[in-house]
Ligand binder design. Structure first.
Ligand code: ADP
Length: 260
C-alpha cells in the first residue's frame, strides 16, 4: 500500500543545512501497524510529513496505492501529538469529528451517524455535545482518534499520538488503537520515541538512525494477540525485542544483522 523509496530531505542550505532524511526506504502492506522509532530529532516527523503530503521532500518518492504523494491525499488521516491544537475549541465534539466527512460528500445525517459511531468506539458516547476544552487531555486525544476513524482512511498516520498524556492514559490509548485497528483492519504508521510502546503496539518496528535518517532495523513483532499491558510486557519475546530495538536506536548493533 505504501512504498517509500530513497527519500531524502535537507532543511536550509549552505553551512546551516541540516540533512534530515538520508535515503529512507520502507514498504507498508495493507492492514499492517508499523511503528517508526529513532533518536530524538532524527527525522521521524519529517518522514511522516512527507508521507502526508505536508512537506515536499528533496528527493525520492512516496507512493500510496501506486499513486505518487505530492499533496495531502484524500484517503489519509493524521493524529498529531498536540490534540489541543488539532481540535477546534469553538466546535462541539460531534462537529469536530464530522467536519472532515464533508470531503466524503455524505449528507448531514450520515455525517452525524458516522461521528456518533466513532465516538462510541473510542468510549466517548454521550460526549458529543461537549466542547474540547471541557474534556481531559486523554479524552481530547480520543476525539482526534474518533475523527480519524470516522473518516475511514486507507492509511492512518500517528505522530507521537500519546506523547502528551499521563502514563495510565497512554496505556489506555495504546489499547484503544489496537482495538479499533482490529475493527477497521486499518493500515497505520505510528511514530513514537518510546521503544516499549513500539514493540507493544506494532506488527513491525522500523528503526531510523540519527540524522541523516536511514532505516537501520526492521523487526517483525511476533507476539501473541490480543496484547495485554501486563502479560505482553513480561513475555520473553517482548523483553528480547525491546532490547534489540534499544541497541539499534543507540547505534550499538550492526544494522544488517537485525533486518530480516
Ligand atoms: P523527530 O521527529 O525524529 O524528532 P524531526 O523530523 O522533527 O525529528 O526533525 C529532524 C531534524 O530536522 C531536527 O534536527 C529538526 O530540528 C530539524 N527540522 C525539523 N523541521 C524543520 C524546519 N521546518 N526547518 C529547519 N529544520 C527543521
Amino acid at each position: 500500500m505504501l512504498e517509500i523509496s530513497n527519500l531524502t530531505h535537507t532543511y536550509g542550505s549552505g553551512p546551516a543545512a541540516h540533512h534530515a532524511l538520508g535515503g529512507v526506504d520502507l514498504s507498508v502492506a495493507k492492514g499492517e501497524l508499523v511503528c517508526i522509532v529513532g533518536p530524538s530529532g532524527c527525522g521521524k516527523s519529517t518522514l511522516l510529513r512527507s508521507v502526508a503530503g505536508l512537506l515536499r521532500p528533496g528527493g525520492g518518492e512516496v507512493l500510496l496505492n501506486g499513486t505518487p504523494v505530492d499533496q495531502a491525499p484524500d484517503n489519509l488521516a493524521v493524529v498529531f501529538q498536540d490534540y489541543s491544537r488539532s481540535l477546534f475549541p469553538w466546535m462541539s465534539v460531534a462537529d469536530n469529528v464530522s467536519l472532515p466527512l464533508r470531503r466524503r460528500k455524505l449528507d448531514r445525517r450520515r455525517r452525524r451517524e458516522a461521528a456518533m459511531e466513532a465516538l462510541a468506539q473510542v468510549g466517548l458516547g454521550g460526549a458529543e455535545g461537549k466542547y474540547p476544552w471541557q474534556l481531559s487531555g486523554g479524552m481530547q486525544q480520543r476525539v482526534s482518534i474518533a475523527r480519524a476513524l470516522a473518516y475511514r482512511p486507507a492509511l492512518l498516520l500517528m505522530d507521537e499520538p500519546f506523547g502528551s498524556v499521563d502514563a495510565q492514559t497512554r496505556e489506555d490509548l495504546e489499547d484503544l488503537t489496537l482495538r479499533v485497528r482490529g475493527h477497521h483492519n486499518m493500515t497505520i504508521l505510528l511514530i513514537t520515541h518510546d521503544i516499549d510502546e513500539s514493540v507493544y503496539v506494532g506488527d513491525r518496528v522500523v528503526v531510523l538512525s540519527k540524522a541523516p535518517a536511514k532505516v537501520v532495523g526492521d523487526l517483525r513483532v511476533d507476539l501473541p494477540c490480543p496484547r495485554d499491558q501486563i502479560t505482553t510486557r513480561e513475555h520473553p519475546g517482548f523483553v528480547h525485542l525491546r532490547a534489540e530495538v534499544g541497541r539499534l536506536v543507540r547505534g550499538l548493533r550492526n544494522p544488517s544483522a537485525a533486518t530480516p
